[in-house]
Design a protein around this ligand. Structure first.
Ligand SMILES: [Zn+2]
Length: 421
């Protein structure tokens, strides 16, 4: 049985890798071929200089070939962790430590889960450092110093411990004491935990990494407030965030719940956009709220979580899976194995979620165009963001269908132009 499980896993793992790899290669070829024709997509004609298009092609190609090697490296790390006997060794060490320091019934499980998480975090450092300090730096995006990078990682580590230890303790306790329907209890706990995170993230966690300041009084602020009022959008404030200390990529987002929702604008966005364009971006974001996209996405994720936990409960009862990967059967081993083995399943979910997300993006663009009674500002904002972020103008259709959470800029502009406002 163990051999069958291993072969099945390896086959699924190989298929997943193959699809990922081929899509990336197709995309790279497609971008190169379009570039060789020297033809800028119609809706960007006259809006983007040949030089800017060339730079976006270079950036896409550089990210794609980096992605190829990062993918291979990541796969090797996963295989090593699963098949080198490392997991069994870690579990025994965790057991020894928990006994030695009398860490209570869940000490072993918590140490084991954190150790596995730490291994993956450390293993991702080389690719992350290369991406930040070579690739992003080469195209002028990286603004992070080595000191800030180290500080970020340390803060993330502290946060992981402060939040991760109690989280794991409660999950392991529920699994242990709640009988056969423990997975429903864990489901309820995770929902409550997510809600808590949504509430504490903007006020306690995010300010630890970035500085937030109320958007200064002025035309932009007045017009955002007027727009929010017009749409019946309640907010506790509009803030700017010093995103520029890490990257020149720009963004805007909303956090929090209900009345305590905050609007956060990256300082990079304010620098790069006109007031009309910035307002269009915000109208788009408010559209997501107004049309309940965020709630809908959360609901889908909640259903996926429930199904996942049910599958985890089945896995827990199936002893050969543990022995196949050199582990003794336990709740904490089930958690780790499940997260490592569920890749092939979540991999096929991603394109479905992306499909739904792209549908929402079209709707939010349409909402912005209708609200502002003109699609022009939204279109200009998109062109501007595409140029500044060196986005790929010509992704392979299969690649974008699979990986893109947003329609391509060309698709979005096409849709905005065809929508009656
Ligand atoms: Zn959006």
């Amino acid at each position: 049985m163990e051999n069958f499980i291993i072969v099945l896993f390896l086959v699924l793992f190989a298929i997943e890798f193959f699809i990922e790899f081929v899509l990336n290669e197709l995309n790279l070829r497609y971008v190169r071929a379009r570039w060789a024709e020297k033809k800028i997509p119609d809706c960007f004609q006259g809006k983007i200089a040949a030089q800017e298009y060339e730079r976006s092609v270079e950036y896409t190609l550089a990210r794609g070939s980096y992605g190829r090697w990062a993918e291979i490296y990541g796969r090797i790390v996963t295989l090593l962790v699963l098949f080198s006997g490392l997991l069994g060794g870690l579990d025994r060490t965790a057991k020894g430590l928990a006994q030695q320091y009398s860490l209570g019934p869940y000490g072993q499980g918590i140490i084991f889960c954190l150790a596995v998480a730490l291994i993956f975090a450390v293993a991702s450092l080389p690719t992350s450092i290369y991406s930040t300090f070579h690739l992003e730096a080469k195209f002028g995006f990286n603004k992070m110093t080595a000191g800030l990078y180290v500080l970020d990682k340390l803060k993330a580590l502290v946060l992981g411990l402060v939040i991760g230890v109690p989280f794991l303790f409660i999950v392991l306790w529920l699994m242990d004491t709640m009988g056969p329907y423990w997975w429903i209890w864990v489901f309820g706990f995770i929902l409550a935990f997510q809600l808590l995170m949504i509430v504490i993230f903007p006020t306690f966690i995010a300010p630890w990494f970035n500085k937030f300041e109320p958007l200064p009084e002025g035309e932009l602020r007045d017009r955002i407030l007027a727009l929010a009022k017009q749409l019946g959008f309640r907010t506790s404030g509009i803030y700017t965030m010093d995103g520029s200390k890490r990257s020149a990529h720009s963004n805007a987002y909303f956090t929090g719940l209900g009345r305590s929702k905050r609007i956060v604008l990256f300082d990079t966005l304010l620098e790069q956009m006109t007031i009309d364009q910035g307002l269009a971006v915000l109208a788009h974001e408010m559209g997501h709220y107004k049309m309940k996209h965020i709630v809908r996405m959360l609901l889908v994720q909640t259903v996926v979580l429930l199904i996942g936990l049910y599958l985890l409960s089945l896995l827990l009862d199936y002893a050969p899976v543990f022995s196949a990967f050199g582990l003794e059967r336990s709740n904490h081993a089930a958690l780790v194995l499940f997260s490592l083995l569920s890749g092939p399943a979540t991999f096929y979910l991603a394109p479905l979620m992306n499909f739904l997300s792209r549908k929402h993006e079209y709707e939010a663009d349409h909402f912005a165009a209708v609200t502002l009674r003109d699609g022009k500002a939204m279109e200009e904002a998109l062109v501007n963001l595409t140029i500044k972020n060196l986005s790929n103008l010509t992704p392979h259709p299969w690649y974008s269908a699979y990986h893109y959470s947003h329609p391509t800029p060309v698709e979005r502009i096409g849709a905005i132009r065809s929508c009656p406002v």
